[in-house]
Ligand binder design. Sequence first.
Ligand code: UTP
Length: 408
Amino acid sequence: MNYQEAYKKLEKYGQLHVLKYYEELGEEEREALLTQIGQTDFDVLSLCEKKETLNPRGKIEPIAVMQLPEIEEKKEEYTKTGLEAIRAGKVGAVLLAGGMGTRLGSDAPKGVYNIGLTKDVFIFQRLIENLMDVVDQAGAWVPLYVMTSDKNHDATVSFFEEKKFFGYNADYVTFFMQDMAPASDYTGKVYMEAKNKMSTSPNGNGGWFLSMKKWGVADKIRQAGVEWLNVFAVDNVLQRIADPCFVGATIATGSAVGEKVVAKNAPDEKVGAVCLEDGRPSIVEYYDMTPELMEAKAEDGKPAYHFGVILNYLFRVKDLEEIVARKLPLHIVEKKIPYLDEKGELVKPEEPNGYKFEQLVLDMIHELDSCLPYEVVRNKEFAPIKNKTGIDSVESARELCKENGIIL
Ligand code: UTP
């Protein structure tokens, strides 16, 4: 894109301030800025104005959950089915590690965080150890696809290499990068993070399959005969990955997607609750939980929206092409965004100062006809690390690891 084209595009979206330092830039810096302007979708920024009415919710109703007693009863059968699928190479795992982890407050990728006390125990290491349990049980490697972003790709790849993939077979690990989206102030004006660079943020965890397609990974998956992808978050250090019983239950019930859920510890806990929305499987985010939904009772008298997702889903590959062809909703999220101030100096704010624009993996569920919410024991499988201290923190995850006999 040349200067005139860039000017026109920015003018159309009311973003001409992006060229404020253009005259000061060298040839290469100018080139980089013009390229970024050419590649950026500024349409998303106009959504700020419609923030409140962006994603209206449909009619929310309870959904049936496969609970622990039922799973226990069929454990053997499901585990057998799951192990067969894993041994046949039909199950892959997708680690969503493109997030910025701003709440944890480290500049490094979240998975590099060391939660060890007497020895090194990195978050990535915990996840690989969990996956290795299944590899040992099945006697087969599970292909692992790791999603990174522009902000942490090199650091993530070199960390895995330096640590020799924590004993995992590197031939079965593939990295791919997600896309970025512009980040703006509260009025929708994109921030600058350098004189020749607009502030960007990873575009959410919902774009993972589109990014796999872009990077040619989706083709490889199909060629390899992978039929199921277990997508999981980087920050839950206790989660079971490619869990044979979960895989088996999803296959045996003919579900298009399986989702691991835990019993919520309070009606207003900050996890998305599984439900039906306009008769289709869905997830109602914690900030959309009205007092009525929190108090609603199911037919058996128990809370109707008692089970929350832990960002561990098993998708059927053949459905993913269709899902990504439709547009997922866009969410506007308040974040701390580094920016250049009036003097052109970089500021790293202590408090949220603007918006980033994200698609979320949980919105993919609503695109599918059938879904199996599958309960897991909370204290055994849910130890998310979002913050340094307090709820969902390094501290709480350490306690849960200890409870489960993991030496830190
Ligand atoms: P979170 O919602 O906790 O976001 O991500 P985050 O960016 O990691 O952390 P904060 O909010 O800045 O503190 C849940 C999961 O989705 C991944 C994260 O890496 C994590 O595994 N994720 C999130 C992505 O892969 N890409 C994104 O753009 C956002």
